[in-house]
Write a protein that binds this ligand. Structure first.
Ligand code: KG4
Ligand code: ZN
Length: 383
């Protein structure tokens, strides 16, 4: 099945073309555990980060305006890329993110997808953005990414990722039960999965999401938006033991998270230690201490859940999964706690941050599951 996928939930406009086949058959009462094979023909992302940076965060109406402008540009770019290979853009299904996210931004993608479905007569399936992150490990692990600039645009950077559909795509190895940690700018959610299509939420954040905590901590020490990559960079040279920040809810017997206390602790530290914060070593130590506190809670709670539910795989996904320290430390913790046979699944770096390829995977799974999300923006849609 050829799938055209569209993502506009936040500040990245994405259009992707995928080939998908196989996957769990839901015809029997007990779904099979087959894993789909997905090839990403093209994945185009126009990032608005530079535009929102001067406001210190995403401005919904500005995001909407940019999506409206970028969608036809990306679509034309996709057609052109295929033409260059002597192919015509053809697809059997369209899928678009319907939530969660910023509703004005979501509507731009939904309207574009509806028009396209009407024009082409191709069926349209709604996709859940969080399922996109969750299923992003299904996307190929080997790609040839390249970055290009959108013409006539000062703000949008276009990133293109592609993998040859002609190559044999092997489905990733996942064994169940699995525990999945979704960490993004809007969510921190821990799931236990019985199969690719059946899961239960174990816990989530009670206030700020993990990515939001990185963004807010960054702002307190005058780092630009988005703060996650900036904190990570600064933390590399800092002493993680410089400040003993709280580890919120670490010892509570649930799987919920809370990051707002950590933000307040940084606020007080910055207020009370202006001299330290004025030095490069002080700022680096602060970034490293914050990151150590946030990662310790995420990792320890994920491992505790994995042990309690006898997980044979652990999935890490969402924008914060781009954090190398988180990936390496969680990978090590999974090996130590669950043994060398446990699978640690993370998507390719190009698919951590918002993109349409992951929405293609989620749309394909929704199609297999006969899951019909209403085709309207739902800012608070749950997984
Ligand atoms: O998944 P995503 O692209 O968008 C949402 O669905 O929210 O995640 C964006 C979030 C931002 O909060 C950003 O600061 C964070 O992911 N992030 C990181 C890193 N790269 C991005 N957080 C920590 N370390 C990073 N390297
Ligand atoms: Zn996201």
């Amino acid at each position: 099945m050829r799938i055209l996928a569209i993502e506009t939930s936040c500040d990245e406009t994405g259009i992707a073309l995928l080939n998908a086949s196989g996957g769990p058959s839901l015809k029997t009462s007990k779904p099979s555990r087959a894993v789909p094979r997905i090839a990403v023909r093209e994945s185009l992302v126009a990032s608005q980060i530079a535009l929102h940076r001067e406001f210190g965060g995403v401005v919904p109406n500005l995001a909407k305006r940019e999506h409206l402008r970028n969608l036809p540009i990306l679509f034309a770019r996709l057609e052109k890329k295929l033409r260059a290979k002597g192919e015509r853009l053809r697809f059997d299904m369209i899928t678009v993110t319907v939530g969660p996210g910023l509703e004005p931004a979501l509507w731009t993608g939904i309207t574009f997808a509806k028009d396209l479905a009407k024009r082409t007569g191709v069926p349209l399936v709604g996709a859940n953005h969080l399922e996109g992150h969750l299923y992003s490990f299904l996307l190929p692990q080997k790609t040839a990414p390249s970055k290009i600039q959108i013409a006539k645009s000062q703000s949008a950077k276009l990133q293109s990722t592609q993998s040859s559909a002609k190559k044999t795509i092997t489905a990733p190895q996942i064994a169940f039960p699995a525990v999945a940690l979704i960490v993004s700018g809007g969510h921190t959610t821990l799931l236990v999965m019985e199969s690719l299509v059946k899961w239960r939420t174990l816990g989530e954040t009670r206030d700020d999401a993990a990515g939001e905590a990185f963004d807010k901590a960054a702002r307190l020490i005058d780092l630009p938006y988005p703060g996650g990559p900036e904190i990570e960079k600064l933390a590399r040279t800092g002493d993680p033991h410089m400040v003993k920040f709280p580890r919120p809810m670490l010892h509570e017997k649930n799987y919920d998270f809370s990051f707002s206390g950590l933000k307040t602790a940084i606020l007080y530290y910055v207020r009370d230690n202006p001299r330290s914060v004025a030095t490069e070593a002080g700022r680096a130590g602060l970034a490293a201490s914050f990151q150590a506190a946030a990662l310790e809670v995420l990792i320890k709670k994920t491992i505790r859940a994995a042990k309690e539910y006898g997980a044979r795989s652990v999935i890490l996904c969402g924008g914060v999964a781009a954090n190398t320290a988180l990936r390496t430390q969680l990978k090590r913790a999974v090996r130590n706690a669950l043994g060398p046979d446990a699978a640690f699944l993370v998507p390719l770096r190009a698919y951590h941050l918002d993109n349409a390829a992951m929405i293609g995977a989620a749309g394909y799974m929704a199609h297999l599951r006969h899951k019909r999300y209403p085709l309207r923006a739902d800012g608070t849609l749950e997984i």
